[in-house]
Design a protein around this ligand. Structure first.
Ligand SMILES: Nc1ncnc2c1ncn2[C@@H]1O[C@H](COP(=O)(O)OP(=O)(O)O)[C@@H](O)[C@H]1O
Ligand SMILES: [Mg+2]
Length: 278
């Protein structure tokens, strides 16, 4: 990514106080005793987890609770119990736009109603949705709205260039290939100016060339200070690309560690070979 395109995460958090003594890394997320039930099903069972800056992989057999954890973190589900802190801010139970404003977003598939809109319009809508209130306020003040809108347009173009979808800006989003759509989804998330982006299987159904492109873009963004929490089916891919790995099983965190630690953990091998669908 060239300098001028480099989006820089903006966080006010005093990260030094937050650093892990051993690794020197900053804790972005602290999840304590988070529980989520759906009827009689305990999807998350007292989850405790610390997520540091950089790229963290989240794996676990189907039904382990990975997506539910993402939804609880980003405000789409309210946990029944427990606390979630983003840097020093307690975000437990807050609504998605408030959490996005604090710096954490997840990606979404482009909904059907946006498929007819152009790629550029889809990009412009992302920050509008997240910062709608703020923009409406600015609109009431006059000129400032024009400036703010101009800035969003410029940034949308910049991010489209970074993801190499700038030649598609005027195409309907629905005409993109699976992989291009994934790039657009990540681009939309970045336009909300996050510190950490949660990606739920961003490489599913993506061809190997685009897969490598998405991974290398993520790596560039990590270098620029963004953090990612990445759910991925393909364990080898997680092991090869993530600095730390979290393994979930039956609604809880089975283990966390470096790819090598996790690979050799008997409990992980058992969880995957124990008859569950991976
Ligand atoms: N909205 C929901 N309503 C009822 N049960 C749900 C809902 N979302 C998830 N679950 C259940 O919670 C458990 C965890 O699911 P999920 O978080 O999707 O797992 P993963 O993403 O690891 O495959 C599963 O048993 C699933 O059926
Ligand atoms: Mg899932």
């Amino acid at each position: 990514m060239s300098e001028q395109n480099t989006p820089t995460p903006t966080s006010d958090a005093t990260q030094t106080e937050n650093a892990d003594q051993r690794t020197g890394r900053d804790a972005i997320l602290r999840i304590e005793e988070v529980t989520k039930q759906f009827g009689g099903i305990t999807a998350l069972d007292s989850v405790n987890l610390r997520v540091d800056s950089g790229i963290t992989g989240l794996i676990g057999p189907n039904g382990a609770g990975k997506t539910t954890l993402f939804n609880c973190l980003t405000g789409f589900h309210k946990p029944d119990n427990g606390r979630i802190r983003l840097y020093e801010t307690d975000i437990t139970g807050r609504e998605p736009p408030a959490i996005a404003q604090q710096g954490m977003v997840r990606t979404f598939q482009i909904p059907r109603e946006l498929a007819d809109m152009t790629v550029f319009e889809n990009l412009l809508l992302a920050p509008m949705n997240q910062h709608g209130e703020r923009l409406r306020g600015a609109w009431a003040r006059g000129d400032q709205f024009v400036e703010e809108e101009q800035a969003i347009r410029e940034r949308a173009r910049e991010i489209a260039t970074f993801f190499e979808i700038d030649h598609l800006l005027n195409e309907p989003a629905g005409s993109l290939s699976g992989g291009q759509r994934k790039l657009l989804e990540i681009a939309r998330a970045l336009l909300t100016d996050p510190d950490i982006v949660l990606l739920d299987e961003p490489l599913a159904g993506v061809n190997p060339t685009l897969e490598q492109k998405i991974l290398s873009r993520i790596e560039d963004l990590v270098e620029d200070g963004y953090s990612f929490l990445l759910i991925e089916h393909d364990i080898d891919l997680i092991m090869d690309n993530c600095e730390r790995v979290v393994v979930m099983h039956q609604g809880g965190v089975l283990t966390t560690g470096s790819p090598d630690d996790v690979k050799s953990d008997e409990r992980v091998i058992e969880a995957y070979l124990g008859g569950d669908d991976v």
